[in-house]
Ligand binder design. Structure first.
Ligand code: HGA
Length: 605
């Protein structure tokens, strides 16, 4: 969702900020803006534009000089995408500029009060109230002005504030929306995502909720919104700037699909213990004694992470024989769920900042539950908020549509299931069998990816479908769900996933030549049942694409994938369907890395 970048130092700030915004484009946005100042500048200068960062760039005048600045990509929550609603928002005296990620819940109330006091609003955003509150504060320092304004605010924010009278600093604050400081040599950066910083510095300080910071060119300090100092020492970001480049691919989605053999290798690296046929998960903080006491596992995630959680729940039940299920975090947090001390709660989020997942974690913690985070971004809010965690080590994922993070999350769940299983009743022989299967995954994924041309051809033949049905049973069902989500997200073709076992209970009524079915047909104990479903579809002249371990007679086409252990098959069976979604979208000319209306990390509710 929306992004913040800020800089203070000696360099010409506008090009730096524009470059930072470009690095955040992947998160999804509808407009952008920039404000600059500097020791020699008189006042603040701003430019804003609806549309892309390149539209903003085209508007930046050649004499737009400054050495301090803040910039933003907006994903509208209050007020339509427009030049006026784009951030930064300026105070009436044009001395204060604010960029904001998040939502101010009591904005209308504050707007009414400010309007009654004679303030004229220039935008429809919730953010603008904050600008006026800061400008109207009588406090002596910028820090105190911001602090005073924030006292009136209910809601979530990551903000960066510039003030013409205090142009040696940028003041930032965080509550529910990420803010990261980048520490350079006599220059400082601030951003909502390390992607905007890593080409300049890999030394970062991540603010906690309720924390503020002042950055100056050669110094930074952090403190709470109440004003007491906090100690925040910089950490080094693992990800290199190059990981954010396209690396010769036409889209990030394509690049990230093809990175999967390496990514899976990374999530396995250093974790397998052959001696005891198990795995070590460093951040788990769950000794054998505690692990034996777990009576249920509840996995919470949104979208693709929820589907990875469904696969994870299946693996945990199979390998560890612990009852497990997955639920959308967005639903869980609102249903006053019974929180049980013997349940292990697992929160899944690739960014580690997904608002609904974070809120569910906070609610669980408040009720005394034990929460494990399964996240990709090291040091992210969920990683820090959870009691323990397993990183999925997929590397940065830029495309809005998740591929390698999904796959790595399912592998991380296989590791967790194996670990729990080996502490409980899974035999060493079965542990060894799963480990051998895990080691085969990178090579088998590479093998599937070699079939791209074949899948591309199939995708073209489905591109004119108005709707598609995805079916699978038990292990295959979450694969069908994720494949259906992938197709709709990136190609905009309507798709629906159903358990194959439920066909007769309704969806069979839809079957006709114009509705193709994609069926997940693994060679497992349900093979014959799945074949029967294909028969039923064929008998009604439905077109079928099967993803299977052997050619399926009743299918019009079969994509044959390599066989692994039954429990791990779901990890592989989704891979060709990522390529199917990709090539269908390509054939339809879609904006693959930035599908309409979607954003990468959903940091608002
Ligand atoms: N509420 C602000 C910022 C929106 C946001 O954080 N999106 O992710 C606005 O609508 O401008």
């Amino acid at each position: 969702m929306c992004g913040i970048v800020g800089y203070i130092g000696k360099r010409d700030v506008a090009p730096l900020l524009l470059e930072g915004l470009q690095r955040l484009e992947y998160r999804g946005y509808d407009s952008a803006g920039i404000a600059v100042t500097g020791p020699k500048a008189s006042g603040l200068k701003t430019v804003k534009a609806k549309g892309r960062v390149r539209d903003l760039e085209a508007r930046v005048p050649s004499r737009f000089k400054g050495t301090t600045g803040i910039a933003h990509t907006r994903w509208a929550t209050h007020g339509a995408p427009s030049d006026e609603n784009a951030h930064p928002h300026l105070s009436q005296d044009e001395k204060v500029a604010v960029v904001h990620n998040g939502i101010i819940d009591n904005a209308s109330e504050l707007r009414a009060k400010l309007t009654a006091d004679g303030v004229e609003f220039l935008s429809e955003t919730d953010t603008e109230v904050l600008t006026h509150l800061i400008a109207r504060s009588q406090a002596d320092t910028l820090e105190e002005k911001v602090r005073e304004a924030l006292r009136h605010i209910e809601g979530t924010y990551g903000i960066a504030v510039l003030h013409a009278d205090f142009n040696d600093r940028i003041v930032v604050a965080r509550n529910g929306s990420p803010v990261v400081l980048g520490i350079g040599e006599k220059e400082m950066f601030v951003a909502s995502d390390v992607a905007a910083l890593v080409s300049h510095t890999r030394q970062v300080v991540t603010l906690d909720d309720g924390e503020m910071a002042t950055i100056k060119a050669d110094d930074y300090r952090t403190y709470t919104t109440e004003g007491s100092r906090t100690t925040a020492s910089p950490t080094t970001v693992e990800w290199e700037a190059e990981s954010y480049d396209m690396g010769g691919h036409d889209t990030y989605m394509h690049k990230e699909i093809f990175e999967q053999p390496d990514a899976v290798d990374r999530v396995l690296r250093g974790r397998i213990d052959d001696r005891f046929s198990t795995v070590h998960l460093g951040g788990l903080n769950l000794d054998a004694h505690d692990a034996r006491k777990v009576r249920r596992v509840k996995i919470l995630g949104c979208g693709t992470s929820y589907h990875a959680g469904m696969i994870g729940a299946q693996m945990i039940e199979e390998l560890a024989r612990i009852p497990a299920d997955a639920e959308p975090a967005s639903e869980f947090r609102y249903r006053n769920a019974v929180v049980d001390p013997d349940t292990l709660y697992v929160a899944v989020s690739q960014s580690g900042e997904t608002y609904d997942v974070l809120a569910a974690v906070q609610e669980l913690k408040r009720k005394g539950a034990r929460v494990l985070g399964v996240v990709n971004v090291v040091g992210s809010a969920i990683a820090r908020e959870a009691d323990a965690g397993v990183y999925v080590h997929a590397g940065p994922e830029v495309c809005v549509v998740s591929t390698k993070c999904f796959t790595n999350t399912t592998v991380a769940f296989a590791l967790l299931a194996l670990h729990l299983g080996r502490i409980r009743d899974l035999s060493a022989a079965d542990g060894k069998r799963i480990i051998e299967g895990l080691r085969m995954l990178p090579g088998q994924i590479a093998e599937i990816l070699k079939r791209e041309d074949e899948i591309k051809k199939i995708a073209k033949s489905y591109a004119d479908a108005r709707s598609m049905l995805f079916i699978g049973r038990v292990r295959g069902y979450p694969v069908a769900r994720e494949a259906s989500l992938k197709l709709k997200e990136v190609s905009y073709i309507h798709a629906e996933a159903y358990p194959a076992s439920e066909l007769k209970h309704g969806p069979l009524a839809l079957i006709e030549p114009a509705l193709p079915t994609v069926a997940i047909v693994p060679d497992d104990d349900l093979l014959e049942k799945n074949r029967a479903a294909l028969e039923e579809i064929k008998a009604r002249s439905g077109k079928i694409l099967a993803v299977a371990h052997q050619e399926q007679e009743k299918a019009d086409e079969t994509i044959v994938v390599p066989k692994n252990e039954n429990e791990l098959d779901p990890i592989l069976m989704g891979i060709p369907l990522q390529l199917l979604a990709y090539h269908t979208a390509l054939a339809l000319g879609r904006d693959i890395d930035k599908p309409r209306n979607l954003a990468k990390s959903v940091t608002v509710e």
